[in-house]
Every structure is written in structure tokens, then in C-alpha cells.
Design a protein around this ligand. Structure first.
Ligand code: NAD
Ligand code: DAU
Length: 332
């Protein structure tokens, strides 16, 4: 059986990716490497615990990464510090994990000739004006705004340099905002859903006009599998649903689907440097690989996601206490 090493597999997208792989691509033996930071949770892998191997460890640990990479046919690299607000407050862990950690993986795949897929974000491109038809493409120049996106941009650059200079077999993807089950409650959608579930009001940064292209996590992970199967080595693919929504629209949809008045939310101070709008042109992955999003109804997707958080309070209660304590410190 070929072996797939999944870094960050106890986080939101990595855990959903692991579930997806076990369910739809059972030919793979999956090994998850995750440091279980505040954002990682072994319980997210509970449904597939018997089908995978879990290794608790740090992607900055060169010896561990070398050993696991030597035994793998493919590495799918999700592990990262992923939250913009945290990066504004304390950038250093972002430098360490996103830059040094990716460097360690690159050195290991270089030594062992292992195929790598690097998972990245549309935030590396900076932002777009509101109310324009512009979209990011694979050729858009990098212009990151936050310490998070700057370190993800650095990691992408490292992957591209290792591909060109050392000939490593790597692909990259830059996806828009994801939503779905097992997302940490510090993030926008689960924060608002769990606020409502606790009888508290959603909290909108600034006026709530910023726009994101919400993409279901399973659509993202289906795209990653297509890239692994048929993506061209050295290439980058943008991923996104095409469904752009302002934050205010999303909060109103959440309140509506959860049976609350649509204006029952509060405005809180804005995030410094807050990116206005992200939107990806996904022609390349659609044309070359035939990828299409399956989740094309955001109201239905939010309703299902709210249902998941309602049914799995045990999974998020402890995370919620910690996340809200941090938000209190940040005044948001
Ligand atoms: P997450 O924060 O939910 O999960 C990150 C995981 O990485 C956690 O399990 C954590 O324990 C692990 N991790 C952190 N530092 C580590 C280290 N040093 N060694 C080993 N493991 C470590 O993040 P996510 O939202 O699932 O994002 C996963 C990837 O997808 C990231 O690379 C992110 O940049 C990218 N991405 C996220 C989105 C989104 O909307 N969430 C969109 C596009 C791309
Ligand atoms: O675009 C992909 C990126 O999407 C990923 O690379 C990041 O890892 C992921 O965290 C996400 O970044 P954002 O900053 O867009 O996501 P976040 O969930 O933090 O916020 C989404 C929007 O909602 C953003 O405009 C800020 C706003 N927001 C967020 C929170 C937590 C609020 O209005 N209120 C909130 O309480």
C-alpha cells in the first residue's frame, strides 16, 4: 500500500482531508504528523482512528520529519499556524512553523525524492477592491498583508525555489476561505455559530463589508486529491467556490438558519490591516483537472455546519473558552 504523510492532520482541513482519504481513497495508508498545538485535536480524527497511524510531533523536528518522509510516497502539507488575528498578536510561531517547518519538509523530500503537495492560501496575493470584477490568478504577484499571509507566501516561495533549483516533485494550491465541521471556534463561521448556540451575539469586525469566497472543506480536499492524481509537477492551482459573500451576509444567514432575528449581532473593533476582498479565478483547475465545487448552496452548507456544531458541543466547549479569553484580550 502506498503511504501518504499528512502534516497538520489533526487540524480543521487536515482532519477532514484524512476522513475524505479514508472514505474515498482507501488505497492509501495514511500517517498523520501533528504537533497538537491549541488548534489540533486528536478527537477530530476519532472517526478514522483505527484506519490511520498518528504521530505526535513537530514539523520543525528535522530527524522525525526525515524518518517519516523516507517511509512516505507522498507528503501532503497542511500543518501551519493559520489564524490572522493570532499572527498580529504574536508572529513568531508563524515564522517557525510556516517557514522553518516547511523548509524542514522540503529538505526531507529533496533527500528522499518524495512527492509533495503544499497547501496554501489566497491570502498570499493580498486583497482586491470591493465591488470589482478582479480575481486572483496563478500569475498574480504576491503581496501579503499580515504576518500569517507573509509566512505562507514565504513557504510557497521556498517550495517553488526547491522545485526549480533541486527538481523536487511538488505541486501547490492556494484555496479561498473554508468552512465545515471540525473548524476551530476562533474562526469566523464557527465563532458565530457557537456564540448563537451559547445564547450570545455574533461579533462582526468593523462594518462587516469585507468579502470572502466561502468554500466547503470537502470541495477543497477533493481538489487536493485531483492535484495529487493528475496535477502537473511544479504547477500551482487556485481553488475556490466562486461564491463571494460579505461578512454581514454570512452572519445574517447564520442567524436566520438558527432561528434568530437577522440583526441580532454586534459590531466590534476592526482587525488591523483587514483584507477587503479575496476572489480566485479557478479556470485552471476546472479546465485541466475537471474540478467543480459540489457544495454550491451556502445557506444549506451553513445550516449543515450549524447542525454539526449543535450536535458536537463536546468537541468545541473547551476550545471555545480559550478562544474567547484570547478575543477578550484583543478587544474583539
Ligand atoms: P488549523 O489551524 O485548523 O490546523 C493546523 C494544524 O497544524 C493543527 O492540527 C496544528 O496542531 C498543526 N500544527 C501547527 N504547528 C505545527 C507544527 N509545528 N508541527 C506539526 N503540526 C503543527 O488550520 P487549517 O485551517 O486546517 O489550515 C490548514 C492549512 O490550510 C494551512 O496551511 C492553511 O494555511 C491552509 N489554508 C487554510 C484555509 C482556511 O480557510 N482555513 C484556506 C486556505 C488554505
Ligand atoms: O482565505 C483563506 C484564509 O481564510 C486562510 O488562509 C486562513 O487560514 C483562514 O483563517 C481564513 O482567513 P480569514 O482571516 O479570512 O478568516 P477568519 O475566519 O479569521 O475571518 C473571516 C472574516 O470574518 C474576516 O474578514 C474577519 C471577519 N471576522 C472574523 C472573526 C473571527 C469577523 O467579522 N468577526 C470575527 O469574530
Amino acid at each position: 500500500m502506498p503511504t501518504m504523510l499528512v502534516t497538520g492532520g489533526a487540524g480543521f482541513i487536515g482532519a477532514n482531508f484524512t476522513h475524505y482519504t479514508v472514505r474515498h481513497h482507501p488505497r492509501w495508508r495514511v500517517v498523520v504528523l501533528d504537533a497538537l498545538t491549541y488548534a489540533g485535536d486528536r478527537a477530530s480524527l476519532g472517526p478514522v482512528a483505527g484506519d490511520i497511524t498518528f504521530v505526535r510531533g513537530d514539523i520543525c523536528d528535522a530527524d522525525l520529519v526525515d524518518r517519516l518522509t523516507a517511509e512516505a510516497d507522498v507528503v501532503v502539507h497542511f500543518a501551519a499556524e493559520s489564524h490572522v488575528d493570532n499572527s498580529l498578536h504574536d508572529p513568531e510561531p508563524f515564522l517557525r512553523t510556516n517557514v522553518v517547518g516547511t523548509f524542514r519538509l522540503l529538505e526531507a523530500v529533496r533527500r528522499h525524492g518524495t512527492r509533495l503537495h503544499h497547501v496554501s492560501t489566497d491570502e498570499v496575493f493580498g486583497d482586491l477592491p470591493l465591488d470589482s470584477a478582479q480575481r486572483f490568478t496563478e500569475a498574480t504577484a504576491y503581496d501579503p498583508s499580515s504576518p500569517y499571509s507573509a509566512t505562507k507566501a514565504a513557504s510557497d516561495m521556498l517550495v517553488r525555489a526547491w522545485a526549480r533549483s533541486y527538481g523536487i516533485r511538488a505541486t501547490l494550491s492556494n484555496c479561498a476561505n473554508n468552512y465545515g465541521p471540525y473548524q476551530h471556534v476562533e474562526k469566523f463561521i464557527p465563532r458565530q455559530i457557537t456564540n448563537v448556540l451559547r445564547g450570545e451575539r455574533p461579533r462582526l469586525y468593523g462594518a462587516g463589508v469585507n468579502v470572502r469566497e466561502w468554500t466547503h472543506v470537502d470541495d477543497h480536499n477533493a481538489a487536493v486529491h485531483l492535484i495529487l492524481e493528475a496535477g502537473r509537477i511544479g504547477e500551482t492551482y487556485l481553488i475556490g467556490s466562486g461564491d463571494e459573500r460579505s461578512n454581514r451576509e454570512i452572519v445574517e444567514l447564520i442567524l436566520d438558519t438558527m432561528g434568530r432575528p437577522v440583526d441580532a449581532y454586534d459590531h466590534v473593533p476592526d482587525r488591523p490591516g483587514h483584507d477587503l476582498r479575496y476572489a480566485n479565478d479557478t479556470s485552471k483547475i476546472r479546465t485541466e483537472l475537471g474540478w467543480r465545487p459540489v457544495y454550491d448552496d451556502i445557506a444549506a452548507g451553513l445550516s449543515a455546519t450549524a447542525g454539526w456544531y449543535r450536535a458536537n458541543e463536546w468537541w468545541w466547549t473547551a476550545h471555545k473558552e480559550r478562544a474567547e479569553r484570547r478575543y477578550q484580550e484583543l478587544g474583539r
